[in-house]
Design a protein around this ligand. Structure first.
Ligand code: FMN
Length: 208
């Protein structure tokens, strides 16, 4: 598939057929992720394939507990909390393939693996920002390449809000900073994403 066609055709899909995603195909997509541009020729990413039902359940429960705490503190109604958590837990447990994406970093503000150590917080935050940007590039590579392979998926940002809970649930090293989950699978036959809003270039683009 031609690159621009893959970019424009990719959509977030949240319902999948039961067809499993072959391991070599997943590895091909992750290889593509690792070719993403990143500052200083680094690769400050780690990808964790969540293959066992047990690991997924532990993750879903840990993220659910963290989210419940936030929602309760926000005063959200118990029935609404229950509905949100059920849907989110199902997404984590039932995705045909599930990849957790982490940045590896030390300290606060964080120095990403291979990144620079700056004498001031302003530049250290910018260094961290570059790593986060590169993570976005890597994950978009996965989503676009997945579309070209007839797969689809979507991005789940829940891990970003509870990195400690994720680390603990999956027994990950302390330097792993969870950023996102990517679900992947073959779209359910009746899935048809709503048409996109056309980007308003008059608003989004300025020239000087
Ligand atoms: C950083 C980021 C976080 C996202 N988080 C979520 C999420 O937690 N749950 C979800 O269902 N979709 C999530 N999405 C997917 C967006 O909702 C989706 O990309 C957007 O609605 C545009 O639709 P499209 O991907 O079909 O073009 C996220 C996307 C990005 C880039």
């Amino acid at each position: 598939m031609e690159a621009y066609q893959a970019i424009t055709g990719r959509r977030s899909v949240r319902r999948f057929s039961r067809i499993p995603v072959a391991r070599p195909l997943l590895q091909k997509l992750l290889y593509g992720a690792c070719l993403a541009p990143a500052p200083h020729h680094t690769r400050p990413w780690r990808f964790v394939l969540l293959e066992t039902a047990e690991a997924r359940q532990r993750l879903a429960e840990a993220m659910g507990a963290a989210w419940r705490r936030d929602l309760e503190a926000d005063g959200v109604a118990p029935e609404r909390i229950a509905a949100l958590l059920t849907r989110s837990q199902r997404q984590t447990e039932e995705a045909p393939a599930l990849v957790l994406a982490c940045l590896v970093a030390e300290g606060l503000p964080a120095r990403p693996e291979g990144g620079r150590r700056w004498p001031d917080e302003r530049r250290q935050r910018a260094e961290w920002g570059m790593a986060v940007q590169s993570m976005g590039c890597a994950l978009e590579n996965i989503l676009v390449a997945a579309h070209a392979e007839g797969l689809a998926g979507f991005w789940i940002s829940a891990p970003l809000f509870c990195p400690e809970a994720v680390r603990e649930a999956l027994d990950l090293p302390p330097e792993y900073q969870a950023q996102a989950l990517i679900t992947l699978g073959y779209p359910a036959p009746d899935v048809s994403p709503r048409p996109r809003r056309e980007p308003d270039l008059a608003k989004l683009l300025t020239a000087r």
